[in-house]
Design a binder for this molecule. Structure first.
Ligand code: HPA
Length: 261
């Protein structure tokens, strides 16, 4: 059975409006789901993340008024999995009836004026992974339009939600790389020259997949570290720590955004 069919079966009559993918530091938001049904990735035929202690879960229920599937844990290309597997949850959510994809991530800031804890509404992305979930996908649309991929109307709602949550946010372009090594100073200069404002190791493949199955997309990055000219050592423990510290700020914004979607 496909992941999509297995998920539909496990959800019974529940029809989600949106898929919410939670990045590092945001996991706790899934605890706020009303009437939650929690499903392990493997229970619905989705590949499990390989990072130890990061079991993948889908929590189905109503979150601040919106019927959702909340994805806790995700697959990354750096785990050695296929691009199609990275995006499997997005396909399954669309098949279960979702029409919106709210994607969050932790990212490195590329503008020296940024600080850890800043929140960025995504305006666009650079897929620098060299991969796509649509390669070899057979029947699905291959030649997908990516203009306006980050829905302008939803971006406006994200800004409104940030205002209601008392957050100052900016908009920016997210560069998605394979990782898992952090960027060299030369790569940071390259990314800046290419017009990126933030860099991370997720999101872009999921967004390509979301557009291929006609989901509206809204993306938000939590800046966990900032790359400064001349090179800034990036420490994974610090990134995780900043995610935990900044997570509640982003969660406050999502609590305002969800009912507006
Ligand atoms: N680079 C790539 N991915 C990241 C970073 C970074 O600086 N911070 C959080 N995820």
């Amino acid at each position: 059975m496909s992941a999509a069919a297995a998920l539909r079966e496990r959800l019974g009559g529940f029809r989600p409006r949106a898929l919410l993918t939670l990045g590092s530091g945001l996991s706790a938001l899934a605890d706020e789901v009303d009437g939650a049904i929690a499903l392990g990735f493997s229970e619905v035929g989705l590949p499990e993340p390989t990072v130890p202690g990061h079991a993948g879960r889908i929590v189905a229920g109503t979150l601040h008024g919106l019927p959702v599937l909340v994805q806790q844990g995700r697959l990354h290309l750096y785990e050695g999995v296929a691009a199609r597997d990275v995006a499997a949850c997005v396909r399954a959510a669309a098949d279960a009836g979702a029409d919106t994809f709210l994607v969050t991530n932790a990212a490195g800031g590329l503008d020296p004026a940024m600080s850890p804890g800043d929140v960025l509404v995504l305006a666009d992305h650079l897929n620098l992974t060299g991969a796509s979930p649509l390669v070899g996908a057979g029947g699905t649309p291959q030649f997908v339009d990516m203009t306006g991929a980050y829905d302008p109307a939803l971006r406006a709602l994200a800004h409104r939600a940030a205002e209601l949550a008392g957050l100052t946010v900016t908009e920016g372009v997210y560069a998605g790389l394979v990782g898992p090594a952090y960027e060299t100073p030369a790569e940071v200069r390259m990314l800046r020259a290419l017009g990126a404002d933030a860099v991370g190791m997720s999101t872009v493949l999921e967004v390509v997949q979301a557009r291929a199955v006609a989901l509206r997309v809204v993306g938000v990055s939590l800046v966990t570290n900032v790359h400064r000219p001349g090179g800034t050592p990036t420490d994974h423990a610090e990134v995780l720590d900043a995610g935990r510290t900044g997570g509640p700020r982003l969660a406050a914004m999502l609590r305002e955004l969800l009912p507006a979607l």
